[in-house]
Write a protein of this length. Structure first.
Length: 495
């Protein structure tokens, strides 16, 4: 049995010209010898059908050895064995799903700093979709975002190199470069007649994962841009700030959030769910890939009525959060269907400093829905009108009145109008106390920015509108319950 590999090679490759160099020959003998020991040792303990499969694998390895030897000995130009072996590995993983990849040592080191909250690059999450390099999401306030890159853009060229059949690892290595240097990418975008050439200057990507605002005095808004190491802590600070501001409802925005760390998705979900609730579970081929993640009692859950904003750029960890809170009836999901990236990648370091990024399981929501490919379907579907269309509509409307009046309108209130009708306290001779005189210009500017957010963002405007009427709806249903019997009103739904 131990001499079989050498005997097979000798029979199929009868002379030195086909075998190649002694170095290659020795390498092939060692490779096949080692693999055969593993395969046949396992085969002895298994059924005959499994044995047949392993023998077939062994036969294919023999063919691989022949091709490797022929290329190394007879290719038109010399090629070192390292290049050939790495090429073979890349070809093997390319036959799997787009998220499985081989990372040479340099790429593995780059990957390790991506989730630290500070890394170099353009600020986009990319994936292979239908064989095409696709933007999952640009990260806000990064070079790619500021250059106008959008979720769903198809990257067809990086500089002059076509991305056809390019792996994710290869694409990442081309997109990254020296800080301050520029890279030209050509993208195809639905709705455009021709590809778009975009020049982006590389920079250090500092991701502020959480930002916060208050709309209509009582509606808190939290935007999670990515799930990095500090996301849950940053969320705690944002929620504490909003609580002091007296909010009574909350909007959680994970649009264009490409995902990140699984433990952070679990931590974020935990902030909004009661104890002992299932958040997400995974299923793979081996027992150690089957995991369940549940809430715990470390934190008092935030119980504001909630809307979560999602879109086609919401992926991975974002979908875990949205799926858990939707399934458990904790939040209403508003926007457009999410990306559908619901697979688990395990990073396996290899002996030479490289690594294998291997898909090992799928994510499932608490009710058993598969996230992979399907994504999360919103409870309320609201399309977001493209910014260019919005700006055109606004321009057409504003063209109807003088420019100066347009500027004044943003800051004027009823009390600023000549001969305005007095309020009740003014009629009684008690003028309203103007608490905003000290910082009125700052407050007016902040209010104008909030109003501009709502004008340009239909999904956000819809969410604010729904939450603004929530108290009225609750009060109405309570009155109805008192007058005509029990009525159930839930925020969200459960399956």
């Amino acid at each position: 049995m131990e001499n079989t590999p050498l005997m097979l090679i000798s029979k199929e490759i009868p002379n030195d010209s086909r075998i190649g160099s002694k170095k290659t020959f020795s390498f092939l003998v060692c490779l096949i010898f080692s693999l055969s020991i593993v395969f046949f040792a396992q085969a002895d303990a298994k059924e005959s059908t499994q044995l047949d499969s392993e023998e077939n694998t062994y036969e294919k390895l023999k063919i691989f050895a022949e091709v490797l030897s022929l290329v190394e000995s007879s290719y038109v130009e010399p090629v070192d064995s390292k290049t050939l072996i790495e090429g073979a590995i890349k070809g093997m993983v390319k036959a799997l799903d787009p998220h499985t990849s081989y990372m040479p040592p340099e790429a593995f080191r780059d990957m390790q700093v991506e989730t630290s909250g500070k890394f170099g690059g353009l600020g986009i999450e990319i994936s292979i979709r239908d064989g095409i390099l696709t933007v999952v999401s640009p990260i806000e306030d990064t070079p790619a975002f500021n250059a106008g890159i959008q979720a769903g853009d198809k990257i067809i060229k990086i500089e002059e190199e076509s991305t056809m059949d390019m792996t994710l690892t290869e694409a990442v290595s081309l997109l990254r470069g020296e800080i301050g240097s520029a890279v030209n990418i050509t993208v195809f975008r639905e709705g455009l007649d021709a590809p778009l050439l975009v020049k982006i200057v590389r920079d250090i990507i500092k991701v502020q994962s959480v930002k916060k605002k208050v709309y209509n005095d009582t509606i808190g808004y939290v935007k999670i841009r990515s799930f990095a190491k500090t996301t849950s802590n940053d969320l705690d600070k944002a929620l504490a700030y909003l609580d002091k501001e007296g909010i009574t409802k909350l909007i959680l925005d994970v649009r264009n959030n490409p995902g990140g760390l699984l433990n952070q998705a679990v931590e974020v979900s935990d902030r909004f769910l009661a104890n002992e609730n299932l958040i997400v579970y995974t299923k793979g081929r081996t027992e150690d890939q089957n995991m369940r993640f549940t809430t715990h009692d470390k934190f008092k859950p935030v119980n504001y009525p909630m809307i979560i904003l999602v879109n086609g750029g919401s992926a991975s960890a974002s979908e875990i959060v949205a799926g858990a809170l939707q399934d458990l009836g904790r939040a209403v999901i508003l926007g457009t269907p999410t990306f559908g990236k619901g697979s688990v990648q395990t990073i396996i370091p290899l002996s030479d400093g490289s690594a294998l990024r291997l898909t090992t399981a799928r994510y499932f929501t608490p009710s058993g829905k598969v996230i992979q490919e399907n994504g999360i379907v919103p409870d309320i579907v609201v399309e977001r009108k493209p910014v260019a269309k919005l700006e055109k509509d606004e321009k057409d409307e504003l063209d109807k009145e003088p420019a100066e009046k347009q500027k004044m309108r943003r800051f004027l209130r009823e009390r600023d109008l000549k001969k305005h009708l007095k309020g009740k306290t003014s009629i009684d001779g008690q003028e309203n106390e103007d608490v905003g005189d000290v910082d009125s210009s700052v407050e007016d500017k902040e209010q104008a920015e909030l109003e501009e957010d709502l004008e340009k963002d239909e999904q956000l405007r819809h969410a604010v509108s729904l939450l603004s009427g929530w108290d009225v709806m609750v009060s109405s249903y309570k009155n109805k319950e008192q007058n005509s019997g029990p009525t159930h009103l839930s925020f969200g739904h459960s399956n």
